[in-house]
Design a protein around this ligand. Structure first.
Ligand SMILES: Cc1cc2nc3c(=O)[nH]c(=O)nc-3n(C[C@H](O)[C@H](O)[C@H](O)COP(=O)(O)OP(=O)(O)OC[C@H]3O[C@@H](n4cnc5c(N)ncnc54)[C@H](O)[C@@H]3O)c2cc1C
Length: 477
């Protein structure tokens, strides 16, 4: 049982707040973006700096307490019960070198903060669909960026990590120092320690043209088949994806789209408006849009491209990597989720992969999806009355797409991690073997066992036999 004294020992070691259930600040430090995930660690540490992370990990290792980490809560796909949660959201160090075109990014920094500092310098990082996501957690999962076909995965642009490994040592990891760890951290997610900062490349972007077009869902077959013929004609510099949206009647949805079933075409082009408009023209003619929000924009408004929700919601998600998406796949997709189905999912998206995303891979890093043609992601709300229907609809969509699936997933889009076999699907068999071997070496007690971890059952260290009693509701530092 975790005693008050044990928790007080931790509080005495660190600069940041240490809270137990019920204490002021505990709810904020354990809040996840996915409201369906319950985060109830025995103790939360709001780390201020790398020294706090070192102290937290050493304390947990000494007491054999499992450790979870969270920066923004955007990756909350499973619950956390017990253990120590290290919240890195206060670790906001950000240093940009505009000559070298690099950024050193603290564990708590969101893409939005990075862009606020880098865009005025004409530089951007390889963020994904929402800049509300944390740079470090996203990049450890490979990081599928908006501009991925042009530049590759975010992990491809990491120069170094600072990480506290489960032995409580702060290490500098790059191609020369701990090269195995450097390889496996890029795509291996949070299996090998808590990253306190990373340094990555930034890319020059001057002009930006982008946004989304919303077509009536009744035109889904036409829009989808035109999209499928059109996107392979684009240069890799042009980013695009398509989604079926069943939008809720909620405030974050613009009035013309509320409670509507629509097809959402996303388009982004880091280049001149004229070029972008020529590229986009065939899709603009395919149907009459409900809203066309594509145009020249400040890169700081890049979230308008995917239009992801900015407020927490209760949801379930699952992804798959597809090797192809031909006419038969289109038909199967529409039968499962199109206008004539009773599919309740709020988002089903297809992102074309390939281009620079296919470079690298086995033996170089632990990023999956190099060999896939599409990323498929399905998300449904888990609030009544559609919670049960969501789970069933995700399952039947994935079944319908199974003939086109590589059988693998992107770890960032895997959804709820299941048993070891299910979790292994986020990597190639070879990468998974390498990750499992390295996990046994770097984390022999399996302290990092929450969420999407490697072979947790096999590497499981001795559990504390006793479940901790709730500590008194007081902040302890
Ligand atoms: C709205 C939305 C849009 C998204 N769009 C994309 C996208 O376009 N492309 C894409 O690839 N992914 C995308 N994702 C998925 C996202 O990249 C992952 O969920 C990622 O894990 C989020 O990281 P976080 O730090 O923000 O979340 P958190 O919930 O804080 O962390 C999630 C996990 O990341 C790991 N982690 C976080 N910080 C650390 C650390 N310091 N050290 C070690 N491990 C750590 C841990 O495993 C942790 O459990 C999106 C998610 C959402 C909710």
């Amino acid at each position: 049982m975790l005693s008050l004294e044990e928790i007080q020992t931790l509080a005495a070691l660190v600069a940041g707040p240490v809270t137990a259930p019920g204490a002021p600040g505990y709810a904020e430090d354990t809040a996840a973006f996915n409201l369906a995930a319950v985060y109830r660690p025995d103790v939360a540490l709001g780390a201020m700096n790398a020294a706090d992370v070192v102290a937290g990990i050493q304390w947990a290792a000494a007491h054999n307490i499992p450790i979870a980490v969270q920066a923004t809560g955007h990756g909350a796909n499973s619950s956390i019960e017990g253990g120590l949660l290290i919240n890195t959201s206060r670790m906001q160090d950000l240093q940009i070198d505009s000559v070298e075109r690099t950024a050193r990014i603290g564990a708590g920094v969101k893409w939005r903060s990075l862009l606020a500092a880098s865009v005025p310098l004409g530089l951007v990082g390889l963020h994904g669909s929402s800049t509300d996501v944390g740079v470090v957690g996203y990049t450890l999962g490979g990081g599928l960026p908006l501009l991925g076909r042009a530049y590759g995965f975010a992990a491809d642009h990491v120069r170094s990590f600072e990480i506290v490994t489960p032995d409580g040592v702060l290490r500098h990891v790059d191609a020369e120092h701990e090269p195995e760890l450097f390889r496996l951290l890029r795509g291996g997610k949070g299996n090998f320690g808590i990253v306190t900062s990373l340094t990555c490349n930034l890319l020059p972007v001057d002009e930006f043209y982008g946004g989304g077009i919303f077509f009536p869902g009744t035109d889904a077959a036409n829009v989808l088949s035109t999209f499928n013929r059109w996107w392979p004609t684009l240069p890799t510099k042009a980013a695009t994806s398509i989604a079926l949206l069943r939008l809720p009647d909620l405030d974050f949805v613009p009035p013309p789209l509320r409670a509507q079933f629509v097809v959402h075409l996303r388009f982004a082009y880091p280049g001149p408006q004229e070029e972008a408009e020529t590229l986009l023209a065939p899709m603009r003619m395919v149907s009459s849009p409900i809203m066309d929000m594509v145009g020249p924009m400040s890169y700081l408004d890049v979230d308008m491209v995917h239009f992801d929700p900015q407020e927490p919601l209760p949801y379930e998600e699952a992804g798959a990597l597809l090797h192809s998406f031909d006419g038969d796949a289109e038909a199967a997709f529409l039968a499962a989720a199109g206008p004539d189905s009773d599919c309740p999912l709020i988002l089903i998206e297809l992102r074309p992969l390939g281009g620079a995303l296919s470079l690298g891979g086995v033996g170089t890093d632990a990023v999956s999806g190099r060999d896939a043609a599409f990323s498929l992601l399905a998300i449904g709300l888990t609030a009544p009355p559609i919670a049960t229907a969501t789970t069933a609809a995700i399952r039947s969509l994935l079944q319908a797409m199974a003939p086109y699936s590589t059988g693998r997933t992107l770890v960032n889009f895997h959804g709820t991690p299941g048993d070891a076999t299910d979790r292994a699907r986020a990597w190639s068999p070879q990468a998974y073997e390498e990750l499992a071997t390295a996990k046994s070496r770097w984390d022999p007690a399996n302290l990092l066992r929450f969420g999407h971890t490697i072979r947790a059952e096999a590497a499981q260290g001795p559990e504390r036999a006793d479940r901790p009693a709730p500590a008194p509701p007081a902040e302890l530092s």
